[in-house]
Each structure stands twice: as C-alpha cells, then as structure tokens.
Design a protein around this ligand. Structure first.
Ligand SMILES: [Zn+2]
Length: 389
C-alpha cells in the first residue's frame, strides 16, 4: 500500500483542493490518497529562471516547498516511502507544472495558469499530474533520470515533457501511458496494481475533461426513470435514460433518494425530525421494505422496527451522511463526477441538501407511484390545491 499525503499552500482554494482529493479517491487501489488539513504558509521565493536547459543541476528554488514537506513528514511521523504532494499556485523552477525532490518522496504541483491552456478548472489536470508524478517519482527517483526518459515529441504519454506548454492539452486528452513506457515500468518493478489504478483514474479524468467540452454544447444527459427493483431485490432502480446506465439503490438508499426527489427545495438534515418529514419517511420506508400497507394491523410489529430505523436516521447524522455519500458514489461510478452532479444529493454542512435535477426530467414507473410514493408523489397536487382550483 502506498500512502500519498496531499497538502496545499494557503493561497490554493480549499474547495478545489477537496475536489482534487475526490477525483483521486474515486478509484480505490493500492495507492491511497490522504487529504491533509495542514496548510503551508509562507512560500515567498526568489525563483531562479534559467533560460538554457543544458547543464541542469539540482536547483534550490523549490527548497522552501521541500523544507515544508520535510517538516510535515517529521511532525506526522511519516515513513520515507510515504509520498507528500504539495499543491500550490506558486511558480516552480523553469515554470514547470510539476517537480519532485531527488532525495525525499516530495512532489510539488503548480495549480494555476491552467486556464491559459485548457477550458476547464484545474481540478482534473492537477489530479492527473498528482498521479502521474507519483508513478514517475516511484520509477525514476531523481529529476535527471526522469528527464532522460521523457518524450521530447508528444506521444500522449505521461512521460511527455511538454516543453511547448500547449502540448499539455494533447497529453491530457489522451491521458495514457505509451507501451514502451508501460514496459519500462513493469520491468523496473513498479507494482502492476499501481499502474492499473493510475490508468483507470486517467480514464475518469479524460472523460471528465471531454465532458466539460461537451457540456458547452449542451450534450449532457439528464432524464431519468425510476422503477421498482424486480424479483427478490427491494428498493429502486434509477435508469439514466441517455446513457442507459442503471443505478440500483437498496431500500434505505431508495428511501433517502426518493425523499430528496420529493423536496426540490432542499431539506436541512437537522430539520428531518419535523413530524411531516418523519411521517413521509415512515410511509416510504414501510412500502420500500415490506410492500405492505402500513395501516394493516398484522404489520404493527414490523412497523415498530421501521420506526426505530427512521428515528435513528433522522436523529443521527453518522447514519444518514454515509448513505448520502454512498448514493453519490454509485452515480459517480456509473457516469463520472461531472455528469453525476445533477443526480446526487448535495449541499454544504447545515445548509439544505438537495438534488438539483430538473424534476420534469423524471418519469416514475406506475408501480413506484402506486406502491411506494402514494400520497407523497410530488407530481400530485395536494388536496387543498385541488379545492382551490
Ligand atoms: Zn511514454
């Protein structure tokens, strides 16, 4: 298992930092990414810019970065094998996107100026560079060896040097490792699990970046159909109609998802204790788990069990939050982070949580309306509304 600790400098936004962690953590494997709360403060440097690349020797211009990473290592008792990655908008030596220390497993990634080269947030290219550098550091150890192996002519490989900065767009559109470089990695003893994890992460990043371009052309799938899971499985299936992907939710996940679909305005989690929400949750959960009407006296005992489940759900954030997180992950696994955003439940802490999907894009199977949602089917007008009309 390789542990990679991510830290940021004070002038890099915490939101982007968190998103980068999410992207890197989206593909689990033997490389684990740990987001650190430590913030690197003063980094003012006098960067030595050398025009000529010949005669490259170890440069000291990122010494401050390295000192900080070393301090972080010592304070947190990291082993020498652990990797520390510092994300910073500060310029690096020779205006590179990335660099690493020759002695210790410390990597530096520049987070800004991406808008000059790409029409997307720095999240994806930076996440890509983190993973690429982790592999390169493990493989080459020193900058001089790395440089000796880079492709001067872009191959769409992580080892492209990209001296012409715009080449980075090509490298990211392919986000691949060329066959000779793959062979070298395997030959050098790099764990195959590291390489497959990196390649599947690169797939996600490439899709996300292509998505951003398509997003501008409004080619984004949005409509969903909600069906009951057939056979023995309980819960619902969310079908993403354009991509034909199915997201299966178990009864508890289905309960949370249907509830938030019912409330486009959003609900603050602490307000779930409110009687009207609790009743709605009870009704939906009884239908999702038992497929029986809750006014049936035979089901009173089971109903008591259901009440316990719902009461712990509305009072204990440690139960509800992981369910919301799991639903999010199920969507991301199917269609990627960027495309999923309209489907999953999101919202800042103590703010209303909601699903942003346009409700006119949802079709409910009749069974779901009849046997699960009943009076809580949001499309049905409330009875007093009917009276007024
Ligand atoms: Zn290559």
């Amino acid at each position: 298992m390789m542990q990679v600790h991510l830290i940021r400098s004070h002038d890099f936004s915490s939101e982007a930092f968190e998103m980068i962690q999410n992207v890197l953590q989206s593909k689990a494997g033997l490389i684990s990414f740990i987001g650190s709360k430590t913030i690197c403060g003063c980094l003012r440097l006098s960067v030595v810019v050398e025009k000529d690349f010949d005669g490259y020797t170890s440069d000291t211009s990122w010494q401050n970065f390295n000192d900080f990473c070393t301090r972080y290592r010592n304070e947190n008792g990291l082993s020498p094998e652990d990797v520390v990655v510092l994300l910073t908008p500060e310029p690096l030596f020779l205006n590179w996107f990335t660099a690493f220390d020759d002695e210790e497993n410390n990597i530096f990634i520049r987070t800004d100026e991406w808008e000059k080269y790409l029409h997307c947030s720095p999240v994806y290219p930076v996440a890509y560079l983190v993973m690429a550098q982790v592999l390169q550091k493990a493989l080459y150890k020193s900058t001089a060896v790395k440089l000796a192996h880079t492709h001067d002519k872009p191959e769409g490989c992580i080892n492209d040097f990209c001296s012409y900065k715009k080449d980075i767009t090509f490298k990211l559109r392919t986000a691949d490792i060329c066959v000779p470089c793959l062979e070298k990695m395997v030959h050098a003893g790099l764990k195959p699990e590291y390489i497959t994890q990196a390649l599947s992460l690169f797939d996600v990043i490439r899709q996300e970046m292509l998505f951003r371009q398509r997003y501008k052309l409004n080619l984004v799938p949005k409509s969903i159909a909600i069906r009951r899971n057939k056979g023995r499985k309980k819960g619902i299936v969310v079908e993403l109609l354009e991509s034909k992907q199915l997201v299966e939710l178990n009864p508890t996940q289905s309960l949370v998802y249907l509830f938030f679909l019912n409330h486009p305005e959003g609900v603050v989690l602490s307000k779930l204790l409110h009687t009207k929400y609790r009743e709605e949750l009870l009704y939906l959960y009884a239908n999702l788990t038992n497929r029986i009407k809750i006014n049936n006296t035979d089901s009173l005992n089971r109903y008591a069990g259901i009440e316990n489940t719902i009461d712990s759900l509305v009072t204990d954030d440690a139960i509800l939050s992981p369910i919301i997180a799991k639903i999010k992950k199920l969507f991301i696994d199917k269609i990627g982070l960027e495309s999923s955003k309209v489907y999953y439940i999101q919202g800042e802490k103590s703010m209303p949580k909601k699903i942003s999907l346009d409700r006119s894009m949802i079709t409910y199977e009749q069974d779901v309306i009849d046997y699960v949602l009943g009076p809580y089917h949001f499309a049905q007008p409330e009875s007093n509304t009917v009276l007024i009309q």
